[in-house]
Design a protein around this ligand. Structure first.
Ligand code: MN
Ligand code: MN
Length: 469
């Protein structure tokens, strides 16, 4: 082999090289990634909405020795607890040798995903069809949600105070629901409109029935009555109960490997269960850390993190205050020394839509976890931006542990933008940076991720929990 030129040597020393991506991984490591994703796909399929994600997480962690948190109990290093917030968010904590005296380690992902919610008074009949009125949740392209098989998930609270959990349309032998669209032949007006206006929010009506109730009586609204009587038989609910309900429509399909090489996973709700599951698994596999490690799965990220189950709520703050109290330190001091990985997805570079991205600062499928120093939009509005110092610590940690990672900005500077929960965590006086998985077709009913990236997220959260900052 020819000797390297002096210039080549210098380049090697002081210039960045092209990321090797998945080529840097051994066969064994790729096999581990594939194995890890078997569990991930189960998590994804069982967690289309936040309530279900919480339930499934409890199921997973209970088997691994986590017990329900009791604010009045005393905990010892190595103890593992889970703490549920209104059935829609959940914190997992592994108590450290030093508790939270030197701060907690936080990995925070969200378990809500864009979807179609029912309006409080949804059911109506028009032209002998029964339909639901809806109000979409989160940022979605409305046209993507028509002509898809949909299932209904959520909870209804009856007038007597009892709650019924609903899951209609997922099993093979159960019917699905569907939002219709107009045929191309009659869509001359629709197809000339800008995409955002082609289908209006008020047009996302869901077809839920077409046969009238079986009766000799001459009554109106018999198709609607028939639907209501089916729901009444199965769930014991009446129409008024929709007023105290949270019902969501999500795609019926399960996750599926993508590509002839099965290197990717397609599914509904990768954003952000693809970070939630690795963060849960990191908590499960962390034993006796120095600092208390907390995985928090929050709700309402897709609509701005407001509300008592969103990241802007004081739930996590109070939890850390409680833990600090046990350790004999002020809550705000524990919080001030805490560090956080805001575990959320980023947009992977898509060659078909290359012009939307700035290639040097975009994330790519199979290049590992994405670190986003800042999110937001325009001139760095609405972002906490991680400091050079914190970026430095995280970078060193990832390099030392051979974790595939990359940096990524969301698209071009003036191309739009988006945020994560990072800024709300930073506002609590915590050092935080975004670290997550690159996703193709983000916010679509069928999003795509790479298996090795999912596994790298798990490794990143694991070493974060094990590293002393
Ligand atoms: Mn997200
Ligand atoms: Mn999102």
């Amino acid at each position: 082999m020819a000797d390297k030129t002096k210039t080549a040597e210098l380049k090697e020393q002081i210039m960045m090289t092209e990321p090797k991506g998945v080529k840097a991984l051994s066969k064994e490591e790729i096999a581990k990634a594939d194995e890890f994703c078997v569990g991930y796909k189960k998590f994804l399929d069982n967690s289309p909405i936040e309530r279900e994600a919480v339930r499934y997480t409890v199921e997973l962690v209970k088997k691994e020795g986590f017990v329900e948190y009791d604010a009045d109990a005393q905990y010892n290093p190595g103890d593992k607890v889970y703490y549920i917030n209104r059935d829609k968010a959940i914190a997992l904590a592994v108590i450290g040798k030093n508790g939270v005296k030197n701060g907690a380690k936080l990995a925070i992902a969200h378990i809500d995903s864009p979807r179609i919610d029912l309006k409080p008074n949804p059911l109506y009949e028009a032209n002998n069809l029964a339909l639901f009125k809806t109000h979409y949740y989160g940022g979605l392209k409305k046209y993507q949600w028509t002509t898809l098989p949909l299932s209904l998930h959520g909870s209804v609270v009856k007038i007597d105070g009892t709650r019924v959990d609903i899951n209609w349309g997922d099993s093979e032998d159960e019917s699905c629901l569907c939002i219709t669209d107009i045929l191309p032949h009659l869509a001359q007006e629709q197809v000339t409109k800008p995409m955002a206006k082609a289908i209006a929010g008020e047009d996302l009506n869901v077809l839920v029935g077409s046969r009238p109730f079986d009766t000799e009586d001459e009554e109106s609204d018999l198709v609607k009555l028939n639907v209501m009587s089916i729901l009444n038989k199965k769930y014991g609910i009446v129409e008024g109960d929709f007023l105290s309900a949270e019902l969501c429509l999500v795609p019926t399909f399960k996750s599926k490997d993508v590509g002839f090489d099965a290197s990717m996973i397609g599914g509904y709700g990768h954003d952000d269960k693809v970070c939630a599951y690795p963060a849960v698994m990191a908590a499960i596999n962390t034993q006796m850390p120095e600092q208390t490690c907390i995985t928090y799965l929050t709700d309402k990220e897709e609509t701005g993190s407001d509300g008592n189950t969103g990241m802007q709520s004081d739930f996590l703050r109070y939890f850390i205050y409680d833990l600090a109290n046990q350790d004999g330190v002020e809550g705000y001091r524990a919080l001030s020394k805490s560090t956080c990985l805001s575990a959320d997805v980023n947009a992977a570079f898509d060659p078909t839509y290359a012009s939307a991205y700035e290639p040097k600062n975009s994330s790519y499928l199979n290049n590992g976890v994405v670190i986003s120093k800042y999110t937001g939009h325009g001139g760095k509005y609405d972002t906490s931006e991680a400091s050079a110092e914190f970026m430095g610590r995280v970078r060193t940690m990832l390099e030392k542990n051979d974790i595939l990672w990359q940096v990524g900005e969301l698209g071009k500077v003036d191309g739009g933008g988006g945020g994560t929960i990072a800024k709300y965590v930073a506002n609590m006086n915590v050092d935080v940076v975004d670290l997550g998985v690159p996703v193709l077709s983000m916010h679509a009913p069928f999003e795509i991720v790479s298996k090795t990236d999912v596994y790298m997220a798990y490794r990143a959260f694991s070493v974060f929990f094990d590293t002393n900052f």
